[in-house]
Design a protein around this ligand. Sequence first.
Ligand code: PLP
Length: 359
Amino acid sequence: MSETSPKLRAELAGIPTYKPGKPAAAGGPVAYKLSSNENPYPPLPGVMETVTAAACSFNRYPDMACTGLMDELAERFGVPVSHLATGTGSVGVAQQLIQATAGPGDEVVYAWRSFEAYPIITQISGARSVQVPLTPGDVHDLDAMADALTDRTRLIFVCNPNNPTGTVVRRAELERFLDRVPGDVLVVLDEAYREFIRDPEVPDGVELYRERPNVCVLRTFSKAYGLAGLRVGFAIAHEPVAAALRKTAVPFGVSQIAQEAAIASLRAEDELLGRVGSLVCERTRVVDALRGQGWTVPDTQANFVWLRLGERTVAFAEACERAGVVVRPFPGEGVRVTVGESEANDIFLRVSEEFRKEA
Ligand SMILES: Cc1ncc(COP(=O)(O)O)c(C=O)c1O
């Protein structure tokens, strides 16, 4: 065998690997997965039927233009089809956005800690990550982010609500920030958890996009709509950004099953958003209980809570796992816990109470 190996791009060295939320242990007494911000509800029967029917023709390629889904989204959001682009989950669309805007020598600005895919997809493109620390209250520091812009900045992510802290930026501060961003820099409002927001001061990114050609809104069917395993997300953006997204898309990336499921989910929105409402009630219950136990919990508008445990992070995650719930530790920083089934939330709250007493 030859001693040499194929030359790979230097930018790939040292890319952090995406750490998926750990699955619940198979065969354990009770095991709940609260590590990936998934929707705990099973698929709706109607969506299941649609998926089963669509599965009968997977010998064929899907509709590459996602025509039916695009029409449905255009109507739902009141935007032209030419302002829409779909992808393999919103993380796929986020990667297309970077490919379309940033290469070697360019900069991508985002808060940190935030969604762990941002540094990975930035580095893959050869661009440089500019990570702006969250405030001590775990919120985006938009003034510092605006100060961090240079003539190399090509794209900014604003994750609202932020993963993993659940914190939000509100209308006035976001508009002030957008006013400071030059028109030739793309601002991506990552709204993967939009449907879980109850704070009326948090703007709907789609409103902001209408007035601002450099704003792009990212949404997903993975969370509120419960289609995480089918991989479909989308962006709403003006031309030429939406057109660039179509150019950078993997051909046939969104399966026909995913397209049909997404359409069926939009049509069953009332029922799905009812489930979101129940999860929001659970979120309030969990946050109140944690605060009652003495924890400092940032206000969360997403389907997860953040505990800044520092050095005790891993120990806490292990205690959760022993008790039957898998959470997402960020060693040395904190633990992100998805709001799931009530039984799972109860187990988590029992562990947090014990842990608090021992500390
Ligand atoms: C902030 C944020 N954006 C995007 C995504 C990607 O979701 P998907 O690719 O499933 O649409 C996630 C998933 O966890 C997320 O937390």
